[in-house]
Ligand binder design. Structure first.
Ligand SMILES: Cc1cc2nc3c(=O)[nH]c(=O)nc-3n(C[C@H](O)[C@H](O)[C@H](O)COP(=O)(O)OP(=O)(O)OC[C@H]3O[C@@H](n4cnc5c(N)ncnc54)[C@H](O)[C@@H]3O)c2cc1C
Length: 380
């Protein structure tokens, strides 16, 4: 079915993203996968191409459009190309909104031009060794020392952790405050006591630098508080809906791409004297997966439209996240099976999609947490 949500301008932007991927990403991707990190030059190239800060006001060097559909196009194309390492979506759709909606004018002047040019790579650090799904368990703490905070603690699994120049850290600013005792502090490269740990060895997304971060008596100036003091939980809840939708967008585009590629494969590969595509089991597999993608696409495009109008609620974003990522996981596994042994070889897109995509049901809130949110919205 023809998709109805994009205009000619969105499709023109899609071509820009494809050109960028062909020129600035694909020639380097294997090297980045070996290095465990992407190059800084790629971030600068993305900035020059206008792919960073799509919704940041033009006065700061951004694209000046609040239309989430451009962000969706970017995520779709990266996902279709199987590019997981260069995390422009994380920077634009997940971290960007914290800066555009919460930063003061002075903070915007300081951070947004670099955010849009690619000179400031960003990360958000919520997760700790002892606190992931349950953010109330966060122990990283910031003590008030007059004109600055003294930050201590450790974060783990932080995407862009090695490259990041600016990290939004969720820290406890009120010891007994529970969820109401957390604040967002911006830690910048070069602050004394801010150290990076290992670039973690993952099963997939090899070129994404997912790292540990340590804060040992880091003096964070009071001007680096982002949003309300003790208001982090509300800020997180507000912004996580877009994060979840963005993950869903990548999941469905990635699933569709793998299904297309698998369809081509089963038409070409022969067994018992005829293409695999002539076997009834294979035909049913493809038919089932195509149906699941089409039904999901329809719901997801509605969610994108609602979000572009500012009307998507947290429960529907959570539905989109868990459903789409579980589909991606299921589909990639079944498509890998249809490739036989070749599916296990890294040179085939389905192999990388299998390991790269496995995280999708976990980060940004696990499937189980998404169901909790949906259940709460219906039952409480
Ligand atoms: C590659 C990668 C990138 C990441 N990037 C970032 C990042 O940039 N920033 C960041 O802050 N974090 C990041 N994370 C962390 C990620 O968001 C967490 O791993 C995730 O939220 C789960 O937390 P956890 O690992 O502590 O698992 P846990 O919370 O310990 O969960 C373990 C299991 O218990 C289940 N569970 C927990 N609570 C419940 C419940 N109430 N009901 C039912 N089941 C439950 C979970 O669903 C899961 O299956 C990243 C993780 C990875 C692996």
């Amino acid at each position: 079915m023809k998709r109805q949500i994009f205009t000619e301008d969105h499709e023109a932007f899609r071509q820009t993203v494809r050109t960028f991927l062909a020129k600035e990403v694909e020639p380097h991707y294997e090297q980045w996968e070996k290095d465990g990190i992407v190059s800084r030059e790629a971030w600068l190239a993305a900035g020059r191409q206008g792919l960073l800060g799509l919704d940041v006001p033009e006065e700061y060097g951004g694209g000046g459009t609040a239309d989430f559909r451009y962000a969706a196009v970017l995520t779709e194309e990266f996902s279709r190309a199987g590019v997981a390492g260069l995390a422009l979506g994380l920077h634009n759709d997940i971290i960007g909104p914290y800066l555009t909606s919460l930063a003061t004018d002075e903070q915007k002047q300081r951070w947004l031009p670099g955010f849009c040019s690619g000179e400031i790579v960003t990360a958000i650090a919520m997760t700790e060794p002892g606190a992931g799904s349950d953010l109330q368990g966060i122990r990283t703490s910031a003590e008030d020392a007059g004109d600055h905070w003294v930050l201590n603690g450790a974060k783990t699994f932080i995407s862009n952790g090695i490259l990041a120049d600016l990290v939004i850290v969720v820290a406890r600013t009120k010891p007994e405050g529970g969820a109401k005792g957390l604040s967002l502090l911006v830690v910048e490269r070069g602050m004394a006591g801010f150290e990076r740990g290992r670039n973690l060895d993952k099963i997939g997304q090899k070129s994404q630098d997912t790292a540990e971060l340590f804060f040992n008596d880091v003096h964070v100036p009071k001007e680096n508080l982002l949003g309300e003091l003790h208001g982090a939980f509300i800020h997180l809840m507000t912004n996580l809906a877009q994060e979840r939708l963005a993950i869903a967008v990548g999941a469905v585009a990635g699933a569709e791409a793998i299904l297309e590629q698998t369809t081509r494969y089963v038409k070409e590969r022969e067994a018992f004297g005829r293409p695999l595509a002539r076997l009834q089991h294979v035909r049913f597999e493809i038919a089932e997966l195509a149906t699941e993608c089409a039904v999901t696409r329809s719901f997801l495009d509605r969610c994108i439209e609602e979000h572009a109008k500012g009307e998507l609620d947290a429960a529907h974003a959570s539905m989109a996240k868990w459903w789409s990522t579980e589909l991606q996981k299921r589909l990639t596994d079944r498509c890998l099976q249809l490739h036989g042994g070749y599916g296990y070889m890294n040179e085939f897109p389905v192999a990388r999609a299998y390991t790269d995509g496995r995280i999708q049901t976990i980060y940004g809130g696990t499937t189980e947490i998404m169901k909790e949110i949906v259940g709460r919205s219906i039952l409480d």
